[in-house]
Design a binder for this molecule. Sequence first.
Ligand SMILES: [Zn+2]
Ligand SMILES: [Zn+2]
Length: 266
Amino acid sequence: MNSPADYHMHTPLCRHATGEPVAYAAHAVARGLTEIGFSDHSPMRRNDFDDWRMRFDQLDEYVGKVRQAQRDFPALTIRLALEVDYLPGQEEWISELAARHPWDYFIGSVHYVSGGWDIDNPAKLSRWSERDAFEVWAEYFDWLTQAAASGLFEIIGHADLPKKFGFRPVRDCTPLFERFLAAAASSGAAIELNTAGLRKDCREIYPSRPLLELARTHGVAITFGSDAHKPEEVAMNFAEALALARDAGFLHTARFERRQRHLVAF
Ligand SMILES: [Zn+2]
Ligand SMILES: [Zn+2]
């Protein structure tokens, strides 16, 4: 079996991950992977935006670390990417970032909803009890749909992130998923199977099986990512992710080089 590429990995530059890219690459080789991609949290225009991403003046250092891993592991394909926060109004900044280096792909992620609330931040867990879960999910998916429609991203990250701490709406979210996936289908953005959800309170891969099955019917492609924040997490739970993808009817995974997509069987 050909292991899928792990396209979601971080570095210490984001201030909440450990291990240099060379250490992640060594783990990838040990696990039999042939391709990985680094996608650390992108800088914002303002370095004081929050405290869980690289500063803008560290972007070249980030690229240097990934290039070092490429030199040290010539038999492993290592892609250069970013996990970019999507917030409405950030489009110009994201285009500026895109022009700075020959990226292989951008993962577009929504972590923030209005009011400057990063919904996956454990330090802000209490805010969930102040808001109606469906309202939060609806706002999140509204921004995620804008991200998917923007054409700025090859991949949309952890599509149902609001489930992280287990705050799930009673109301049916299918219409939110449908609108998001229609946008992804029309722009050609893939979605990722992100195994980090298995390590969170929700104990479930992002996205859920129903969302994944809808993605297939919409013709949206998939990638795989561990969202590793330490080297030991590279390709973690990929066997489960592969089984889920197959169950949902997928036969191919997307790979990216210089922002061009091709599909490979898995
Ligand atoms: Zn992170
Ligand atoms: Zn993320």
